[in-house]
Design a protein around this ligand. Structure first.
Ligand code: SF4
Ligand code: SF4
Length: 165
């Protein structure tokens, strides 16, 4: 899960990055690279060094700005072992010209909070929720999140019981 932990005054709140599964990043930024020194095709930072059947990519410059060969429909065929930069896109890598729709929404929500500090987190598995004032849910909703974003927001944050918050 990828999210930002914001510090707003003396409180914290977590804002999820929720991928829309549109496949645009994988269509525009394939992460398979050809090394002309060895004549082999590598996948960035994976233990797998050579993958049969990808010969057709070897004349492309590095990195290849064409659809990734592992993209099938809008899904990644090697999702569990996808390269680091795929896992970190776009919060740690930058948008790189992809025009990611989920990033636009994420940035709009961040802006609504006017945070003092933003920490990006990438966490595998479940995350323990943090307590937030109820007013933070209203700020979140004012930025027009999708249903999925709101659902994920409530998985990362839990509302304080105090009615005055
Ligand atoms: S472009 Fe953004 S929303 Fe679309 S698949 Fe990539 S990360 Fe997800
Ligand atoms: S390896 Fe998977 S996540 Fe990475 S660019 Fe290719 S299809 Fe997308």
């Amino acid at each position: 899960m990828m999210f930002a932990e914001l510090t707003v005054g003396n409180k914290k709140v977590r804002i999820p990055f929720v991928c829309r599964m549109c496949g645009e990043c994988c269509r525009k930024l394939g992460k398979v690279v050809f090394d002309p020194r060895t004549g082999r095709i590598y996948i960035e930072d994976l233990e797998v060094e050579w993958i049969e059947g990808l010969e057709r990519y070897k004349y492309f410059p590095h990195p290849i700005k064409i659809p990734c060969p592992f993209l099938k429909g809008n899904r990644c065929e090697i999702h569990d072992i996808r390269p680091r930069s795929c896992r970190e896109f776009p919060l740690l890598t930058g948008d790189l010209g992809v025009d990611c729709p989920a990033l636009k929404s994420f940035e709009r929500i961040l802006k609504a909070f006017k945070p003092d500090k933003v920490d990006i987190k990438i966490v595998e598995g479940e995350v323990e929720r943090i307590k937030i004032p109820r007013s933070f849910l209203r700020i979140f909703q004012s930025a027009n999140p999708t249903k999925e974003e709101e659902k994920t927001f409530l998985k990362l944050n839990t509302l304080e019981k105090n009615l005055n918050s």
